[in-house]
Design a protein around this ligand. Structure first.
Ligand SMILES: CC(C)(COP(=O)(O)OP(=O)(O)OC[C@H]1O[C@@H](n2cnc3c(N)ncnc32)[C@H](O)[C@@H]1OP(=O)(O)O)[C@@H](O)C(=O)NCCC(=O)NCCS
Length: 200
């Protein structure tokens, strides 16, 4: 699993920055996160409404947390792929990998698009790209985690071929200690996506 060598990973990342066209005709650029993106990456999370931010697993409102990610970039473990419009970071999809251990063949995908830039196909483009990378890294499966209220995201992942693997009622807690349902969705990179029209 995972890229065998640093060189393989570097070769994979050579195709970035990549220009894409969104549904509204506007251009966007996809490229991996860089150390100098710290402030702008933090800004992306600041632009997410409070009610949505509490669904994010990490303390993204904390500049220190974001700063730590930017200073300790390890694409083999966490590969944040950014979406930029007019040079501004407006979205991110990250491929998380467990190097070694019993989940070494499973990548985890998370995605976020700034509210102002939703509905233009950016999340779809980012996830499709991340799934391509995951496949070439030799991963066999990808999974994504949600809380029950993330209906739009669940619907979108289902359209991309993900199916529900687990649903646990009142399993996770938000920052206000209110419980929410937990959902795990997954896709088999070797079979499922042939039927899902990924990348279409
Ligand atoms: C979910 C999210 C990433 C979607 O981003 P986006 O850029 O608006 O998504 P896209 O425009 O690429 O839409 C992809 C597909 O999902 C569908 N979709 C997106 N948002 C939807 C919504 N609110 N309701 C219904 N369908 C929706 C679109 O119709 C689209 O289908 P199409 O390509 O056939 O038209 C965005 O709403 C978000 O950041 N939500 C908060 C974070 C989150 O829930 N992340 C997921 C946890 S990993």
């Amino acid at each position: 699993m995972s890229f065998n060598t640093e060189l393989e990973l570097q070769l994979e990342l050579q195709k970035f920055p990549k220009a894409i066209k969104l549904k509204d005709g506007k251009k966007a650029t996809l490229r991996p996160l860089r150390a100098e993106d710290e402030k702008e990456f933090h800004q992306l999370f600041q632009g997410i409404p409070e009610r949505e931010r509490m669904f994010i697993k990490h303390r993204v409102q904390d500049l220190k947390a974001v700063s730590y990610w930017c200073k300790n970039i390890d694409y083999g473990r966490n590969l944040p792929l950014l979406g930029l419009i007019d040079g501004k970071i407006v979205g991110d999809a990250t491929l998380h990998q467990q190097l070694g251990g019993w989940k070494r063949h499973i990548g985890r995908v998370s995605v976020l698009v700034h509210p102002e830039f939703r509905g233009r196909g950016l999340a779809r483009a980012l996830i499709t790209e991340i799934m391509d990378i995951a496949r070439r890294a030799g991963l066999e499966k990808v999974e994504a985690e949600f809380i029950g209220e993330q209906a739009a995201a669940v619907k979108m992942f289902a359209m991309l071929g993900f199916r529900q693997l687990v649903r646990l009622d009142d399993y996770v807690k938000d920052m206000q200690a209110i419980t929410h349902d937990y959902l795990l969705m997954g896709l088999d990179l070797k079979t499922d996506e042939e039927y899902a029209g990924v990348g279409g």
